[in-house]
Design a protein around this ligand. Structure first.
Ligand code: UT7
Length: 319
């Protein structure tokens, strides 16, 4: 994983606007977040996370035969950030492309990546989820700016005959909810003009309450289908690793699924909502903390703009 150096605490924000550490902690569980500085791009974080993942897999860049980056905040509107990452890591002439599924990006990416391996198109695939979501933030909008942080997480997926890796996945979307959370300007629909930038149309807006309800419902429903698809029950899941958008969303989801919180990974306090990167960063820290062992069944679940969602059951281990 990789996060920017710069830490912004709730108190830092409270000095700039009408908010408080108490409000942010009690409504979201967030205490601080990392914010990219000048010269730190999505590809910067993605490259650092990708490099570490390749090293930890005991591989070299020459072994990687596909690069996928899940992001909704690419370096440039065009071309794909995966190509910059490929070049940065010195990975030669292999397919490299982005996936845009907002906060569900890593869970979507895991499905696409696994299909690539199962089809024989790849044997050693680098999957990175990276977002500099603060790029889309209006730092004067307290409804959104307190929620997000920047980061990247990466995994190497390898072909194996063992019953490991992604066992079952449920990904979905409801496009009619597109404008519950969106950025209106700077795409083809509303190209950037001085006037639109003046109005702040390049920034994200969100209907937090509606998103909250959809998030709990879709993460629960997709989890139940994914667990059933893997031929398991929720009791078999050693650790749930949910998207870190709001501690209250995580707790409501766990409660509805009757998963005790000691089997749920939470690190939102340090990073806020890092969009697509939140699930792999939480997975990384769960591994670091010794909470993930070979053979464990893990549940990843996420929800985000689109609306998109997804749940995956994976069995942890080396090929
Ligand atoms: O990654 C996936 C996408 N996003 C999400 O999953 C976010 C889902 N939604 C949420 O996490 C929550 O809805 C929020 C954290 C965004 C908001 O929490 P809430 O409990 O739904 O609060 P609210 O929007 O209903 O606002 C309650 C009050 C309002 O004041 P009034 O109208 O009751 O007087 C807001 O103006 O809190 C006010 N408020 C704030 N106060 C202090 C909103 N933001 C802040 C703030 N500091 N930063």
């Amino acid at each position: 994983m990789s996060v920017p150096q710069q830490v912004v605490t709730n108190d830092d924000l409270a000095q700039r606007m009408d908010t408080s550490d108490e409000w942010i902690r009690s409504r979201t569980g967030i205490a601080e977040r990392r914010v990219a500085g000048p010269g730190e791009f999505t590809s910067t974080l993605a490259t650092a996370a990708g490099r570490e993942a390749i090293e930890r897999a005991g591989l070299s860049p020459d072994d990687i035969d596909m690069v996928i980056v899940a992001t909704c905040t690419p370096d440039r509107p065009f071309p794909a950030t995966a190509c910059a990452v490929q070049a940065n890591l010195g990975i030669k002439r292999v397919p490299a492309f982005d996936i845009a599924a907002a906060c569900s990006g890593f869970v979507y990416g895991l499905s696409v990546a696994t299909s690539m391996i199962q089809s024989g198109a790849s044997r050693n695939l680098l999957l990175i989820a990276a977002d500099i979501f603060t790029h889309l933030i209006d730092w004067n909008d307290r409804n959104t700016c307190v929620l997000f942080g920047d980061g990247a997480g990466a995994v190497v997926l390898q072909a194996t005959d063992k019953p490991l890796g992604l066992l079952s996945a449920q990904i979905g979307a409801a496009g009619e909810g597109e404008t519950l959370m969106a950025v209106d300007a700077c795409g083809t629909r509303m190209p950037a003009t001085a006037d639109l930038l003046e109005q702040g149309k390049q920034y994200v807006y969100m209907n937090g309450r509606e998103i909250f309800k959809h998030a709990v419902r879709e993460m629960c429903d997709s989890t139940l289908r994914a667990v059933e698809g893997a031929g398991l029950s929720l009791d078999d899941i050693r650790l749930m690793i949910p998207h870190q958008a709001n501690l209250r969303i995580i707790e409501a989801t766990a409660k509805r699924l009757e998963i005790p919180m000691d089997r749920v990974m939470v690190n939102i306090d340090h990073y806020g909502n890092t969009s697509a990167a939140s699930v792999p960063i939480a997975l990384y820290e769960a591994v670091q903390q010794g909470r993930v062992h070979d053979g464990d069944y893990l549940l990843l679940t996420a929800f985000g703009g689109g609306l998109t969602w997804g749940s995956s059951v994976i069995r942890w281990g080396r090929p």
